[in-house]
Design a protein around this ligand. Structure first.
Ligand SMILES: Nc1ncnc2c1ncn2[C@@H]1O[C@H](COP(=O)(O)OP(=O)(O)OP(=O)(O)O)[C@@H](O)[C@H]1O
Ligand SMILES: [Mg+2]
Length: 253
């Protein structure tokens, strides 16, 4: 089971959006995926997918006896989701130290873990529980500088760093991709997700942008990223030429 943590040092970078869309795209590729909300204090996955009120959440099983498999919710798309509870009472009982052991009792090809922001106890528990990390940044200096800190911590914990994903790229007045790579210790940028209003539209409709608008800029960028993770060749060049897509991947377009 590939346990991949979607993380960033700063808040609001696009972790949850990316976790749900990478999961959706992997699911569409026919992969067995469990998306798990490891953001235990401010869980959002359930809200993004319109399943905020399920019978059992990760919070209900984060104790000695709880069976995490009982908190798996089967989404209509076929994706398995373990959401968090949005109740304040659940917050008080949070025990991140159980996360690793609980996740190890799951079984699927991919475990996509949405992380909380920062480098606190909760984020570190998620980092400890995963094997591989995707480091998300926005194309701005503070975000990238903090991303480097996360790289260093992941290295110390001997986690495999798959690469960097630049989220919410708008174009003008932003850091260039090669400058980001330089600052990120030359870790490769493996995905560039543009700012796209379809993301907000999907949020309102409580679905992933990939499921609702697969041909949107963001939808295609997440599809490309999912292909990268599986090692499959992305072959959706029908709407744009190969060269356009190539430039997009490099963040030059
Ligand atoms: N590519 C995008 N285009 C437009 N809006 C986006 C994009 N990615 C994320 N957003 C918006 O940015 C906001 C923050 O996104 P998200 O919740 O995914 O961030 P996060 O890193 O999970 O935040 P937190 O640290 O609070 O968990 C949301 O309103 C989301 O809709
Ligand atoms: Mg989030």
């Amino acid at each position: 089971m590939r346990k991949i943590l979607i993380c960033s040092a700063k808040g609001g970078v696009s972790k949850t959006t990316s976790a749900i869309n990478i999961s959706s795209a992997l699911n569409k590729l026919g992969r067995d995926v469990i998306l798990v909300d490891c953001n235990l204090t401010t869980p959002n996955v359930g809200l993004y997918y319109g399943i905020a009120k399920v019978e059992r959440t990760i919070h209900d099983v984060m104790n000695k006896k709880g069976d995490i498999r009982k908190a798996i919710y089967l989404h209509k798309s076929g994706l398995k989701i373990i959401p968090g509870s949005i109740s304040i009472n659940s917050l008080k009982k949070v025990r991140p130290e159980f996360l690793k052991q609980k996740l190890n009792s799951l079984n699927s090809e991919f475990l996509i873990m949405d992380s909380s922001a920062g480098l606190g106890r909760e984020s570190l528990a998620a980092l400890d529980a995963c094997d591989e990390v995707l480091i998300l940044v926005n194309p701005e200096l503070p975000s990238v500088a903090d991303g480097l800190k996360l790289i260093k911590i992941a290295e110390e914990l001997k986690k495999e760093i798959i690469g960097v994903v630049v989220c919410r790229k708008r174009g003008k007045l932003e850091m260039k991709m090669d400058a980001i790579e330089n600052l990120m210790d030359n870790r490769p940028i493996i995905g560039v997700i543009p700012e796209d209003e379809h993301v907000k539209k999907a949020l309102v409709r409580e679905e992933s942008v990939f499921n609702l608008y697969p041909d949107s800029e963001a939808g295609r960028a997440y599809n490309r990223l999912a292909h990268y993770l599986t090692g499959e060749i992305y072959n959706n060049e029908s709407k744009k030429g190969f060269f356009d897509n190539f430039l997009e991947v490099l963040g030059l377009k």
